[in-house]
Design a binder for this molecule. Structure first.
Ligand code: ZN
Length: 277
């Protein structure tokens, strides 16, 4: 399984690759770890891995389904959040999800449900979820996101494979200059050379770094300029610089890493004449 977009967590990557080459990916995962540890990166890689149509290593990051997952547009990947700010997913939502799961996939062979903050669900919602895990259709897959897997009922946990992420290095807020430079270089390389999914994952690694976003963007702009001066891919670098400049405005607003990622991918990969307005 192609998991290089996820930083650190080598043991977990090995666990997944072994499973995939053995009896295949599981139909239910609990993805746990603190904010900024890469839970959403991993969830998207898993979803893309399940929907990817490449014959080689998955997710390939290039096929139609991979691109749709990276843009959050795949009709067979649903993200379920609570009914309002800070509210956990409710039992009614799980019941609705259950009826939806019995409708066959739209495009792919799987139907994937990503449940945000699943560990915050109350016991009746979790029990409804348990039924679905036990009796759901074979093509359905569930990604239960959790800060702490201990918040889930033991019966639910026993039906899932647990993937526990550990944050790479220092906490994001205390990132040293060297770590920041590594992030900037990764982003600049992705903007200059990478495919869409890889760029998306690189931007998603900014999750939890909102506080230092403007510093990062400044450093990113100088890095892009330096690359252009060294004779890099000028067309992409110029477009990236222009996008980063516009992003400075957006960064002052309350935008998530996911929104930034979708916006940057659209800016970099839509036809030239559309993007530069
Ligand atoms: Zn693919």
């Amino acid at each position: 399984m192609e998991l290089s977009a996820l930083t650190g967590n080598e043991r977990l990557k090995e666990q997944l690759s072994q499973r995939e080459s053995g009896r295949g990916l599981s139909h239910a995962y609990i993805i746990s770890g603190p904010a900024g540890s890469g839970r959403h990166t991993l969830a998207r890689l898993l979803a893309a891995g399940m929907l990817c149509t490449s014959r080689g290593e998955r997710p390939c990051g290039k096929c139609g389904p991979c691109i749709k997952v990276s843009r959050g547009l795949h009709p067979d990947l649903s993200v379920i959040t609570g009914p309002g700010e800070g509210k956990p997913i409710a039992v009614d939502q799980v019941r609705a999800l259950r009826s939806d799961a019995y409708v066959r996939p739209n495009e792919g062979e799987r139907k994937i449900y990503l449940l945000e903050e699943a560990d915050q669900m109350n016991p009746s919602a979790q029990n409804a979820m348990l039924k679905l895990l036990e009796e759901g259709p074979p093509y359905a897959a569930f990604l239960l996101m959790a800060r702490n897997a201990g918040g889930l009922l033991q019966t639910v946990r026993s039906r899932c494979e647990e993937l526990t992420l550990t944050p790479a290095g220092q906490p994001e807020e205390a990132a040293s200059d060297r770590e920041r430079q590594a992030v900037v270089e990764k982003l600049a390389s992705a903007l200059e050379r990478a495919g869409e999914l890889e760029l998306f994952e690189a931007v998603m690694s900014l999750e939890g770094k909102r506080a230092e976003l403007s510093v990062l963007l400044d450093a990113l702009e100088s890095e892009l300029g330096a690359r252009a001066a060294r004779g890099g891919d000028r067309r992409r670098l110029l477009r990236a610089t222009e996008l980063v400049n516009r992003l400075r405005e957006a960064a002052r607003l309350n935008v998530s890493a996911g929104q930034l990622a979708g916006w940057l991918c659209a800016g970099m990969f839509e036809p030239l004449e559309l993007a530069i307005v």
